[in-house]
Design a protein around this ligand. Sequence first.
Ligand code: 5RP
Length: 222
Amino acid sequence: MNQDEQKRSVARAALDYILPRLANDSVIGVGTGSTANHFIDLLATIRGQFDAAVASSEATAARLRDHGVRLMELTAAPELAVYVDGADEVTAERMMIKGGGGALTREKIVASASREFVCIADASKLVDRLGRFPLPVEVIPMARSIVARALVRLGGTPELRPGITTDNGNLILDVHGMDLADPVTMEARINNIPGVVTCGIFAARPADVVLLGNADGTVRRL
Ligand code: 5RP
């Protein structure tokens, strides 16, 4: 299977995983990216079996809407039954780097509102240690330079992602070379820099389940 087929197969596995956990009044959190898009396309086939979805980005909201899935604002939603999303890197401890698609802040918010976080990824995303993928950090525009300097002091090399404004009206710095040997501590330190909205380390709240799509068509669960 090529990478896209692995993404599709793991999205199918996620649908099978969540189905027995859904009730007619369940609200589902939905992530952003190409793997999440496969999940959205499959979720549409069971849209009569849950109440609504909360989207982690405007792009995801548009895709859900196109499929006729009822959307709900997080402010109006009860606790979400499950959150399903992809990742840029994931470890055996189910910690992740996310934000390659720039939706990290809403992804972290929607994940935090969910009983269970199911991460879906092709096998290439599994790493021994986080940090090869440049770490996305969402930044308030006026703080861009002071945040970049603080990230350099933490050992990273930040680069402004060109031409990107997030759904929240902010900027993304992609940080190269950061030592993420202790992801929980680094997540807190970066999030504590004034002007940072959030960073793409998902370690304080890792995924509850990771489903990995292999090239031979099997799906491995971590
Ligand atoms: C978007 C994300 C995505 O989950 C991550 O970038 C993985 O994307 P893809 O499924 O396209 O490989 O965090 O902000």
